[in-house]
Design a protein around this ligand. Structure first.
Ligand code: NDP
Length: 290
């Protein structure tokens, strides 16, 4: 039985935000430029509204400009594309983020493809996905970037480790697998058609849950001493009728087996906005050429 360390993503994210804030100050002193992040929200999805509010608040706290565009759910795709085209040309906008999900009548891929790759701080444009895949400088999706930062902080070098990523979405699983490959891990991507998933997971020195199924990954799927990163955010109703958040990993069962694990909430979640701020600063530096 090992003692399982809880990886404190909240504390790490706070340190990262402070580091970004001090770099923003230095960048502004050297160039006179304030990095600007434009966030576009279409419709009134309550969860998206909360995310956008938090992003705006933390952007300003980091010394950057937050430019919010809140559009009605009835906005047409053409209107949204026109707004993005304008933001692409605005000098004070260094990062553009379109909050997903978009209303059903809008093709998200068409929208993401319209963002200038240099301003694509979410890292979802095919140009950035391609650059990541071939190993050249890219803007990298925020949640996977946060996962790798936590892993490197917990383990130091990741070279040679067996990593199993459960989930193959374009926003989490695939880019995370690319980043782990970049760190010289031996990477397996598992998904809904993977045969004998528990056995595949048991190979992992680094096990990532990015599925969106509450507590699907059980304690006995975890290799003793493995580092577990739980990306899943699932709202469940407890026996008392109250809602609570759980991850994709059965957290209690992982105790005493995993070497380290991220909790939900307070693990990967807070890293996402912190990495968005870091990406916005990176984008601004590249655009200004500093
Ligand atoms: P998607 O629904 O896009 O992808 C889920 C993936 O899980 C798919 O690749 C799917 O496989 C796989 N999957 C589904 N069921 C199984 C199964 N039974 N066994 C194995 N694999 C399975 O989700 P996202 O990647 O967008 O998000 C995953 C989770 O991460 C969600 O809980 C989401 O809320 C959370 N999340 C958290 C963030 C954060 O800030 N912390 C940010 C983004 C997401 P297949 O491709 O075969 O269908």
């Amino acid at each position: 039985m090992v003692e399982t360390r809880i990886i404190d993503g909240k504390a790490f994210a706070e340190k990262l935000r402070k580091r970004v804030a001090s770099e923003v100050t230095a960048f502004h002193a050297a160039t006179g430029v304030t990095p600007g992040l434009a966030v576009v929200l279409v419709g009134e999805d309550p969860a998206s509204s909360v995310y956008v509010r938090n992003k705006g608040k933390q952007t300003v706290e980091a010394g950057m400009a937050s430019i919010e565009h809140k559009l009605p759910a009835s906005t047409t795709q053409a209107e949204l594309l026109a707004l993005i085209a304008t933001l692409n040309t605005e000098k004070e906008v260094h990062g553009i983020l379109v909050q997903l999900p978009l209303p059903g009548h809008i093709d998200a891929q068409a929208v993401l493809s319209t963002i200038d790759p240099a301003k694509d701080v979410d890292g979802f444009h095919v140009v950035n996905a391609g650059r990541l895949a071939v190993g050249i400088d890219a803007l990298v999706p925020c949640t996977p970037l946060g996962c790798v930062m936590l892993l490197k902080d917990a383990l130091g070098s990741l070279a040679g480790l067996e990593a199993v990523v459960v989930g193959r979405s374009n926003i989490v699983g695939k880019p995370l697998a690319q980043l782990l490959l970049r760190e010289d891990c031996t990477v397996t991507i598992a998904h809904s058609r993977t045969r004998d998933l528990p056995e595949v997971c048991r190979r992992a020195d680094i096990l990532i849950g990015a599925v969106g199924r509450p507590e699907m990954i059980r304690g006995d799927w975890i290799k003793p001493g493995a580092t577990v990163i739980d990306v899943g955010i699932n709202r469940i109703t407890g026996p008392n009728g109250k809602h609570r958040l759980v991850g994709d990993v059965a957290f209690e069962e992982a105790q005493g087996i995993a070497g380290a694990i991220t909790p939900v909430p307070g693990g990967v979640g807070p890293m996402t906005i912190a990495c968005l701020l870091a990406n916005t600063l990176t984008a601004a530096k590249r655009q200004v050429g500093s």
